[in-house]
Design a binder for this molecule. Structure first.
Ligand code: PXP
Length: 257
């Protein structure tokens, strides 16, 4: 019996972008991220996440179409990550995923580097959120655990936020425990505020076996989206084992037996 307080089971969304990164290193069709998504579902993923970047560096439009077909057939939610731009909104409206997560995107970045400035972009983002919502998508906003951003998210009409955990993961990687503790405290306060404002709270970015526990133990968080680390570990231990171990860490943190 775990000593953690029982907080309920978290959903695990698996981001399969980097299967496409490996495929695209050589062109061709192998390894297929849709086959990876199928394996992740078999291994217990509660959802599949994929980011259609503007430069199409990993996931392609065709992958997104096929992922949606798979997720519909398997009755699993597809979480379509995208920049808050017109082209992407049109693609999402065509593909009709269960969820759309709006993220900031800069072409020169290696990965998503920070949260979306929902407060600054409120007037442009709010109509896009309405349009996506009317088209049946549950919209989430990938933001920092910052009060201004959370309040802006709550007034934007989006039902969900995803808290950016990347800076926390980075601080721990750098051995900066003080900084990590400060970010963790902000994430806890942010999750609590968001929940009190009626938002569903997810978290993601840079999550590993070593840093997942304190994130998973934030009571208001109901879903984690994890990609790079799980796909990387899958090379050594297989996707099934990597996901089982991540699930075990998450369940331990939530007091789930
Ligand atoms: N959540 C969001 C919104 C992201 O942009 C990403 C990266 O694409 C992830 C979660 C997954 O991050 P990681 O690959 O570092 O686990």
């Amino acid at each position: 019996m775990s000593e953690s307080q029982y907080l309920g089971k978290l959903r695990l969304g698996v981001n399969i972008d980097h299967i496409a990164t490996i495929r695209n290193a050589r062109g061709g069709e192998h390894p297929d991220p849709v086959a990876g998504a199928y394996e992740a579902i078999r291994a217990g993923a509660d959802g599949i996440t994929a980011h259609l970047r503007e430069d199409r560096r990993h996931i392609t439009d065709d992958d997104m179409e096929r992922l949606q077909q798979l997720c519909l057939a398997e009755n699993i939610p597809l979480n379509f990550e995208m920049a808050a731009v017109r082209d992407m909104v049109e693609i999402a409206k065509r593909i009709k995923p269960h969820a759309v997560c709006l993220v900031p995107e800069r072409r020169e970045e290696r990965t998503t580097e920070g949260g979306l400035d929902v407060a600054g972009l409120h007037n442009t983002i709010t109509p896009l959120i309405r349009e996506l919502t009317e088209n049946g998508a549950r919209v989430s906003l990938f933001i920092e655990a910052d009060e201004t951003q959370i309040r802006a998210a709550a007034s934007s009409g989006a039902p969900v936020i995803e808290i950016h955990t990347g800076a926390y993961a980075h601080a721990l990687d750098e051995g900066d425990q003080r900084k990590a503790d400060k970010i963790l405290a902000a994430m806890k306060n942010g999750a609590s505020l968001a929940h009190s404002l009626g938002l569903e709270v997810h978290a993601g970015h840079g999550i590993t076996f070593d840093n997942v526990s304190d994130i998973a133990a934030i009571p208001e968080v109901v879903e984690l989206n994890i990609g790079h680390f799980i796909i990387g570990e899958a090379i050594f231990m297989g996707l099934d084992k990597a996901m089982t171990e991540m699930r075990r860490c998450m369940d331990d943190a939530r007091g789930v037996e």
